[in-house]
Design a protein. Structure first.
Length: 137
């Protein structure tokens, strides 16, 4: 019997284009898409997460410029902004990550993301605010 796939609304913050000069409010916009609450069967190297805390760091400005080599990640206009974040695993087929695990690493500025496991670190210590994992720790 076929499994019914549940879809959720997924708000995203997208960058309109490369930034020249100082960033402006018009350099980004909010979009709502949908995302499946289940990973595809062949996705053992990725997890589905709910993003809980997202960072907004000075280095991110440089990643949206055309006059610099981007050492962090490739940027494409009209795609979600990428940065560090703290997330909760909702679905995983990877043996090291279970549903309910808290993780931090590179994610997208959206409510839910599918992230490759090689860019995530499991949070073992929750005796500090989770926001510390986006910058201080």
């Amino acid at each position: 019997m076929a499994q019914i796939e549940e879809q959720l609304s997924n708000k995203q913050v997208l960058a309109t284009d490369y930034i020249t000069g100082n960033p402006k409010q018009t350099d980004m916009y909010l979009k709502t898409s949908t995302i499946s609450l289940q990973l595809p069967l062949d996705s053992s190297e990725a997890v589905l997460v709910k993003n809980l805390v997202l960072s907004c760091d000075p280095y991110m400005r440089g990643t949206k410029r055309t006059d610099r080599n981007n050492l962090f990640y490739s940027f494409s206009p009209d795609s979600p902004i990428v940065g560090y974040g703290v997330c909760k695993v909702l679905d995983s087929k990877h043996p090291d990550f279970k549903k309910g695990d808290l993780v931090w690493g590179v994610t997208k500025w959206e409510e839910y993301s599918i992230i490759k496991t090689d860019s995530l670190i499991k949070i073992e210590h929750t005796d500090v605010p989770l926001s510390y994992y986006t910058g201080l720790l």
